[in-house]
Design a protein around this ligand. Structure first.
Ligand code: TXA
Ligand code: MG
Length: 308
């Protein structure tokens, strides 16, 4: 990442403008989280409903503690999973300078410390947290490869370009409830199995409540073309999204998420391949059965929401 680009990004953020930047999950559409103008602009540019709160990105835990209360369990989870693809919903301290538009006036805000070096550098030089939803138009497919950026966004917003995201699925969004249980509000790059490992240390229980996140209530993550899941055959006008060694073929386009049948590799390829299928000549997208464990759960969740 050139110094010139980072300096320009810093200047834009200071002015309340937006910057598209890479993270280890998906690209983000970022604005200064303390600047009302920037936050309102994010909602406008993305055409996002105002009641769907934004995730706030920080460079380190000390910085988060300036703005939020963390319980002992939240601290354990923060130390175990940050920096990384986990978003923790935390309660704001009074009189902090975060924009109230971030989370629809709620006192609870989704926070994470990204692992990606460019993302961390950007937050550090901005000297304020950065609010960022995924860098796609509302309801559309996230991007993990800058080639897939929607021209509507790339025309309006400066981009810090990088390589393919290393995880490829959005962060897992969790909240610790009053009984110290982990509630999963959105499946993501940290699998339920990974979170369950923590339950051995902290005696927390994983509860799946994916409908709780406002962004998960409606149609989401949608491709332009209709998707069919768990296919056993491929029709003439369909492109194929395959996994493992399933012997199916499309006459138009064949993409395999992971020939080895590795779900982590599938996660990295997932959004880029959906964009490729969307841009190809096929009329519909046929997806084979993806095992529903590990990151397969997140992939299946996204596919189901894309179909709705
Ligand atoms: O990996 C990611 O999380 C990416 C990168 C850029 O960090 N960001 C992302 O943001 O996916 P977005 O806005 O596309 O999705 C955020 C999700 C939404 O489903 C939203 O409803 C939920 O997190 N969320 C955010 N703040 C929340 C809150 N305070 N309470 C409940 N759900 C929240
Ligand atoms: Mg999104």
């Amino acid at each position: 990442m050139s110094k010139k680009n980072i300096d320009l990004a810093k200047k834009l953020l200071r002015r309340g403008e937006l910057v598209i930047f890479p993270t280890e999950t998906v690209y983000g559409l970022g604005g200064d989280a303390t600047n009302d103008k920037a936050i309102k602009l994010i909602y406008k540019v993305k055409k996002r409903p105002k009641n769907n709160p934004l995730i706030c990105h920080f460079s380190n835990l000390k910085e988060i503690e300036k703005y939020f209360y963390l319980s002992d369990i939240e601290k354990i989870i923060a130390k175990k999973f940050w920096p990384g693809p986990l978003t923790l919903i935390l309660k704001k301290r009074e009189n902090n300078k975060l924009s109230k538009y971030l989370s629809h006036n709620s006192n609870y805000v989704g926070c994470r410390i990204p692992k990606n070096k460019i993302a961390r550098k950007l937050i550090t030089i901005n000297n304020n947290p950065i609010a960022a939803p995924s860098a796609n138009l509302s309801q559309r497919t996230s991007i993990t490869n800058i080639k897939d950026i929607d021209p509507v966004l790339s025309k309006k917003v400066f981009i810090l370009k990088s390589t393919q995201s290393s995880y490829g699925l959005e962060s897992t969004v969790i909240k610790i409830n009053k009984r110290d249980n982990i509630e999963i509000l959105r499946f993501g790059s940290i699998s339920v199995e990974e979170l369950n490992k923590i339950s051995i240390i902290t005696k927390v229980k994983v509860i799946k409540r994916s409908s709780l996140s406002p962004g998960n209530m409606s149609k989401h993550y949608s491709t332009k073309k209709p998707i069919r899941m768990n296919v056993k055959e491929v029709f003439d006008n369909e492109g194929l999204l395959n996994f493992g060694n399933i012997k199916l073929k499309s006459k138009i386009i064949n993409l395999n998420l992971s020939k080895k049948g590795n779900l982590n590799e599938a996660a990295v390829n997932f959004y880029h391949y959906l964009h490729k299928l969307d841009k190809s000549k096929c009329k519909r997208i046929a997806v084979v059965n993806i095992p529903n464990d590990g990151l397969g759960k997140t992939i299946n969740d996204r596919l189901k929401r894309a179909i709705k």
